[in-house]
Ligand binder design. Structure first.
Ligand SMILES: Nc1ncnc2c1ncn2[C@@H]1O[C@H](COP(=O)(O)OP(=O)(O)OP(=O)(O)O)[C@@H](O)[C@H]1O
Length: 301
């Protein structure tokens, strides 16, 4: 297949992917998003013959626009623009999970300091305040007291970029010192890991330890549902374990809550944590995807 890799920096993740594609003799077009202009009316020559493009952009804004252009050109792209749009924004992400009936932490969104304070008080302490756009746990706050809440809201309202004036307030989940990342392709788990730390932000904490996570039946079901909820694709699905088994359904066995689905997922940490050949399985999926999309195109023609 002729595969485009849309990127701005070749990290270890992209290297793993490129090595695997080269080993299988696929043709590769590396598209540096910083050097490429996208014409609204004509497909750029270097993109015209691609069977599929993998979006590996670091910056969300570029990812969102570039996927839109590729779809307008009729070039299959993973992940799709729809998926990117939902996953890039924590509000859209939470709404999609809730709407699909996937257990997700209770969350409220407010647009002023006063209503944000009300939301915080309704959850009680501690609770969590997150930026609506961002990753690696940056600028997330665990709020332990009304004084801390006031100070953080004041800082955000006064000094923050406009995105920080959308206050995303979430219940604090009493997880067992770890969270779970499952890499999945269209809802089918490729590999999973737990990330443990003494810090409450377990995914990005310095010195966080990783170990293999084998999804059980319930986790597999939630991963499939969460993937569908955001439109599918190659996704990093983040779960936390929760002791909350609903009183009304003591037999339901609910043990997980899905706090987020990520669309330009890093897999180098997973590759190191599990025995599965992560890049190999991703490329298997890409090959299937490219073949299926090209069959569809032929049928349509
Ligand atoms: N509501 C919560 N209660 C308790 N811990 C939480 C909560 N939300 C997030 N965390 C912890 O913080 C970590 C980062 O949260 P989250 O994934 O929302 O941030 P992020 O910046 O989007 O990270 P990523 O780079 O994985 O996308 C989680 O992995 C988890 O350990």
């Amino acid at each position: 297949m002729n595969v485009g890799i849309l990127y701005s920096r070749i990290r270890k993740d992209e290297k793993l992917l490129l090595n695997e594609l080269r080993e299988r003799d696929h043709e590769i077009e590396k598209i540096d998003v910083r050097k490429q202009a996208f014409d609204i009316g004509a497909v750029p020559e270097e993109l015209a013959d691609l069977d599929i493009v993998v979006d590996r952009c670091l910056a969300t804004s570029r990812s969102l626009y570039a996927t839109q252009f590729l779809e307008a050109y009729g070039i299959p792209v993973v992940n799709s623009h729809e998926t990117a749009e939902i996953c890039a924004d924590k509000v859209k992400n939470s709404l999609a999970l809730e709407e699909a009936g996937v257990p997700t932490p209770a969350t409220k969104v407010a647009f002023t300091k006063e209503t944000a304070m009300d939301a915080i008080e309704s959850f009680g302490y501690p609770c969590v305040l997150k930026p609506v756009v961002g990753s690696w746990g940056r600028l997330m706050a665990k709020i332990d007291s009304p004084d801390a809440a006031e100070a953080i809201l004041e800082h955000k309202a006064t000094l923050g970029h406009y995105e920080h004036k959308v206050f995303y307030v979430q219940e604090f989940v009493e997880k067992p010192g770890r969270d779970i990342r499952v890499l999945a392709a269209d809802g089918e788990p490729i590999a999973g890991m737990v990330r443990s730390s003494d810090h409450w932000i377990t995914n990005a904490a310095k010195g966080a330890e990783t170990d293999v996570f084998e999804p059980d039946g319930e986790a597999r079901e939630l991963v499939a549902q969460a993937s569908d909820a955001v439109g599918g694709g190659l996704l990093g699905i983040d779960l936390m374990e929760t002791a909350d088994i609903p009183e009304s359904e003591p037999e339901s066995g609910q043990r997980y809550t899905v706090h987020e689905v990520n669309h330009t997922v890093e897999f180098k940490a997973l590759d190191g944590a599990v025995d599965t050949d992560v890049a190999g399985t991703v490329v298997d999926w890409l090959e299937e995807k490219a073949a299926a999309t090209n069959d569809d195109l032929e049928v349509t023609a």
